[in-house]
Design a binder for this molecule. Structure first.
Ligand code: SF4
Length: 415
């Protein structure tokens, strides 16, 4: 059920946006809207799920699901749709979700009774039902995307342990408290699972790590750094000690910490998410990050990461759309777009790519009563971010449609 029953009358429809932006792939526009609105599965769509073939159960930083709904969808051109790691359908509450149905024997997206596009369900990898030597189910340890292995060692975030410090769009702590996940994964379990997953030919192009902040250690964040170094060093040994296709999203490490991370592991690329490209909104929306590191220092650390990991190997993620959250966000989409793209341009001029995730309004977040922007806003923002990277000749292969698949703007770099 939508927060606003009349939302369709207030914004351009999917078909209108596709017609208005012929330079943007319609697959990317559909993906964006599905990620914004979510999906619900009809009985026929659920009957088409084969749990031996399709990915249904998932444990990750933002997910703990064991039902038989598919984890997510792929489109005909290979574009991934990440409908939300926390499961599907009613997790999205600010607009009516799309339906996934079966029509003429094909699995399709349906909106208001109209077939929009054919989709397929993500498939389960070979390692999924195996257990580690410690007896841990491997699917508890590494979660897959179609072409990526995802590792989330810390499944809670220390910022949520200080009242008022958690990011306002974030559901990690809510998911953690609702389930039975361990707070920290075991390194041996992780390395064994990755070794097993790599035996599947032709599937994986990237190994990805992220998790909640760990504030402890001799210096602030040393605990988080040591956790990642321990895991990455184990995986690096699987690659004969060489650098391997990989990405870490962590809290923004200091120059010394970045140097240690780079020099003691085979990690190939680095990300620290600013979440929103505006200092005062960062302070409102990400109070823990703002109080402990701060907006300008976060950016400095990204620029230092470019010196260490190299241009084209560092980016920062934004939760695209939260800049319009009320009451402190921008009052109009025009204003939000201009400000966000101008700051993205400045950051990219230092060799740091800016990539956007579509903000979904989640019931488990502080922002659960907010409304995300229009589809047209997301399409203009994705187009703008892609154009900025092209202007600076900044490769985003580290976070592209195969290595990640979550960002509409990096889908545009395929063309
Ligand atoms: S840093 Fe913010 S977005 Fe990331 S897990 Fe912690 S609270 Fe959530």
């Amino acid at each position: 059920m939508s927060n606003d029953r009349n939302w369709r009358e207030k914004e351009r429809s999917l078909s209108e946006v596709i017609r208005k932006y012929p330079d943007v792939s319609p697959f990317v526009i559909i993906k964006t809207d599905v990620q914004r609105r979510g999906v619900l599965y009809t009985e026929k769509a659920l009957a088409a799920v084969d749990p031996d073939i399709h990915l249904t159960k998932l444990r990750s930083d933002y997910s703990n699901k064991e039902d038989l709904t598919p984890v997510s969808l792929t489109m005909r051109d290979g574009t991934s749709i990440n409908v939300g790691d926390e499961g599907s359908g009613d997790a999205h509450s600010d607009r009516d979700p799309y339906q996934v149905d079966v029509v003429d024997g094909k699995i399709v997206l349906v909106d208001e009774g109209n077939v929009i596009e054919e989709v397929s369900y993500w498939e389960k990898p070979d390692y999924y039902e195996k257990v580690t030597s410690r007896g841990t189910p491997m699917w508890h340890v590494v979660s897959p995307r179609p072409q990526r292995l995802c590792i989330h060692p810390h499944q809670q975030c220390d910022f949520w342990k200080t009242p008022g410090y958690g990011c306002k769009f974030c559901t990690m702590s809510a998911v953690y408290h609702a389930g039975n996940k361990p707070e920290l994964l075991n390194t041996q379990d992780i390395v064994e699972t990755v070794a097993e997953a790599l035996k599947e030919p032709g599937r994986n192009v990237n190994i990805f790590l992220t998790g909640g902040t760990l504030r402890g250690g001799k210096n602030f964040l040393d605990e988080e750094l040591d956790c990642y170094i321990d895991i990455l060093a184990g995986i690096t040994r699987l690659f004969g000690g060489k650098r391997f296709p990989s990405q870490l999203i962590s809290t923004a490490f200091s120059r010394e910490q970045l140097r240690r991370l780079h020099d003691s592991t085979g990690l190939a690329s680095y990300t620290a998410d600013l979440e929103v490209l505006n200092k005062s909104l960062f302070e409102w929306i990400c109070p823990g990050k703002a109080a402990t590191i701060g907006y300008e220092e976060w950016k400095n650390r990204l620029y230092e990461a470019v010196e260490i990991f190299g241009r084209g190997n560092v980016d920062t993620g934004i939760v695209a759309g939260v800049e319009l959250a009320q009451p402190n966000g921008f009052q109009t989409e025009e204003e939000a777009l201009e400000s966000t793209l101008s700051e993205a341009d400045e950051i990219s001029s230092h060799g740091v790519g800016v990539v956007g995730c579509v903000w979904k309004v989640h019931p488990g977040s502080v922002f659960r009563k907010q409304t995300s922007p229009s589809l047209e806003y997301y399409v203009r923002l994705a187009r703008g971010l892609d154009q900025i990277r092209r202007k600076y000749n900044l490769s985003i292969d580290m976070d592209n449609y195969r290595r990640c698949g979550n960002h509409p703007d990096t889908d545009l770099s395929r063309i």
